[in-house]
Write a protein that binds this ligand. Sequence first.
Ligand code: SF4
Length: 375
Amino acid sequence: MFEAFILRPDALTVWEDREVRERLSWYYEVMVNAKPAKFIIARKTEVVENPYAIEDIEELWKLHDKASAHFQKLYKDVREGSEEIKDYSSSSQPEYSYLDVKIAIAWKLFDPCRLCERRCGARRLRGQPGVCLMSDKCIVHSAFLHLGEEAPLVPSGTIFYGGCNFKCVFCQNYDISQVNARGGVVVSSRELAEIQEKLRLRGARNINHVGGEPTPHIPFILESFKYLSVNVPQLWNSNMYMSLESMKLLLDVIDIWLPDLKYGNDECAWRLSKVRNYWSIATRNIKMAHDSGDMIIRHLVLPGHIDCCTRPVLEWIARNTPRALVNVMDQYRPEHLVLKYPDKYRDIARRPKREEILRAYKIAEELNLAYKQVS
Ligand code: SF4
């Protein structure tokens, strides 16, 4: 019944580090079941109106913002211990909650789709795929206990969704994000909740929504929280190119954020991932997430991109997200289109040199970033 796994020793000792414990304090409390995850608090936050009967999205946003204020009060009380939520089962929720308002809005953003800042407007309910290749279904390629994530996260109950709104030429998951994005298993929101329950019962410290990219699947993910009867921290593992509306929907239900901050400028982002306005959108969303929750920021060091990407990324983190832990990653390897067209992508058609990685670490150290603990 239980999956056998050997927990990395650093996954246990990492919690002895005061810095990690303080910076990931909310996540830790939920992980050890001392506090309810935010989605449980959101679905305990009652709203009197039926959000599914409201057509006008502006009216829904008004209801959302009103409920958000009530959520914040309950969250604060729960966090400080003056309020306790004991029943985590999905049957224990009011007729309509703050979570229902989020779900109702998410389905409106789904068609025409503006869940991410591409805002490609795909008529997804009619089966039209967007730039991310996703249409009306939630597609999962795999779900398992991931032991290779950052030490505070493992074992991580990771769900790999199909499709992606980025087109990274070096994507290491290009089979599920680009080439065979629709080749996974179609799941309903209830089935998605069952997957999460199984992962938690097998020992997952969190549910890690990743892909591809989880953003195209937001309505299904939010809906799955309605059916989830276990307490588990929700982790958003993303390129952070969500629309502002999607960000607002996620803010009060995600317990820990695991954003990628890849590029230090829009030119590299366009050439290597085919996205516009990368810098302002990714940094806007990361800042919003940081101000509302616990966070580990990942930065993958690209060969030859220390001055144009690594340095500005780490400098921005030092200035804007002081509570975040940072993982400066050294595992880049050429994949996908870079392997196919090495002349076109000559700058990144190799692994980073050791001196480049050491330079990246040095920059992080000079900026006093807390990164070593989670690498
Ligand atoms: S999530 Fe996909 S379908 Fe929606 S706007 Fe982004 S690329 Fe288009």
